[in-house]
Design a protein around this ligand. Sequence first.
Ligand code: BES
Ligand code: ZN
Length: 616
Amino acid sequence: MAIQQQLIQWAGAVTLVAAASSSATAWAEDAHSYARLDDVSTPHLELNLTVDFAEQQLEGTATYDLLRRSDATAIHLDTRDLTIQKTEIWQDGAWQETPFALGEPHQTLGQELTVTIGEDADKLRIHYETAPTASGLQWLTPAQTAGKEHPFMFSQSQPIHARSWIPIQDTPALRLTYNAQVYTPAGLLAVMSADNSLSDDRDGNYSFTMPQPIPPYLIAIAVGDLEIKSISDNVAVFAESYIIDDAAWEWADTPAMITATEKMYGPYRWDRYDLLVLPPSFPFGGMENPRLSFITPTVVSGDRSLINLIAHELAHSWSGNLVTNASWRDLWLNEGFTSYVENRIMEALFGERRAQMELALGYQDLLADMERLPAADTVLNIDLGTRHPDDVFSNVPYVKGQLFLVYLEHKFGRDVFDAFLRQYFADFAFQSISTAQFKHYLAKNLLAKHPNVVSMDKVNEWIHEPGLPADAPKPESDAFAQVERQMQRWLKGGQLQTAEWTTHEWLHFINNLPLDISSTNMKRLDNDYHLTASSNAEIAHAWLKLAITKKYEPARDRLRNYLLNIGRNKLVSPLYRELAKTPENLKWAREVYEQAKSGYHPLTQTVNEALLYPEH
Ligand code: BES
Ligand code: ZN
């Protein structure tokens, strides 16, 4: 097992990727995968899949190139709820059937698939089909879509759900290229995290190529009645027709965001950058699938006030997709860096005032999470054990990670820190790295070059200790200070001057209303500013959460409607969590949930069932 380096050939250039002891240890450390990359890895995948809406399943083959690193004669892959029909190896110029075994199902990890590969086969083919309950797919009936005529299907592979629709070495320490052949009913369009075509052909037979090596969690697919609208030469929106014009208008700044990020952190290395609008049941705000970010329709607010989410998913094209966390313990390397870059993009395009408001809102969310979470889960390099990463999702990797980088920026100065980041993205491009590797790189390329600015002890405190260091930045916003002054006057009966307020000021206002606010004041606010009726999903969320706490009954119908129509977990689960606090509300919440459930994504179901039925 002495392979020191792996050659990755990409776009004519040959990159040397250190696969020596450092990555080998990173591999061994992924507790969320059965893969053993130091025996054999799978640098290329060919998918051949039929999308069967009637059975709600994918059926076909996954064919891998094998890269051997030891004399092991078996390969170990991850699966979850897959039916494996047959496994074959390419040997002596032909496909030959080979034995496989599925391990006992594990609650978090799924099932280990072990396949005999002999001594010199260099390809493996797996024939399989998915279950209708696949944790990484959502199948929507025509009735559950906006257009009502065609079904919709999409994947969400991050963090460990790729294994529920592809038998795969499902660790972000692996990087692989892929090609795919996808068959759908005619009239529907399939898109993937690959080279989507802008053609209006809908013949049900689609080919894809992803030539850059990506981690498995970035393999993505969606199929639906999609239209395409270009924003620029290299940016287009894919969406159902009801929202395509609105989305293209909402996200018109995307090309400028790309230019601004390239200027700060180096070239965009993925060719096109398209945006796909998912149904409202999409469990996240956005997902950075390469070349095609998946986006919730709940950020199409009509005023471009929530486009930091686009900045965020775009930023992942550097932090996350180019330089990738090697395990889910290192998620902060993806999300903390991305939140930092996101805020820098927002500042570059819209100025400091807006960026500062967004940073301050994030900081407040972080403080709220830190109060709720056990101390051990407020550590950046979190100890997950074999807990499911979805169960530990919080603002910690995002905002604490971001604050760490803001701290470094303040200490070293923006010019020095930007140059460091730019070089970091170049040096680790198309590689997966661990927290330990990052620390090593930081010590060498920033701390040592500017001695006595930040100590390694301080870095370790940020990365390995719970909570926030005493000298952590405490983001504040002048705009919010003004909102607070107005709030004090308003609570005494004065009028609010809200003409200039953006979504951000409203969110700050609602989130910071005193918990003993009177029901008269709740009514006054709602009558004057129609918060129950707000069509901005974030404002409505903040208001409905307060309405639950304050037992403000006029919002009840809107709350039911909201929970029935939106499945983005960040918007839904704080509401269920709040409802679960009193027996009457819990009873009501369970009724609404049972009605909403069939429209929710598997992830939204799992997370909220844990809140509503904790005894199960
Ligand atoms: N990659 C994440 C979503 C994710 C993280 C899925 C971890 C599964 C495991 C995505 O980029 C994200 O962070 N989305 C946020 C955006 C927000 C912070 C602007 C979301 O969905 O709310
Ligand atoms: Zn993210």
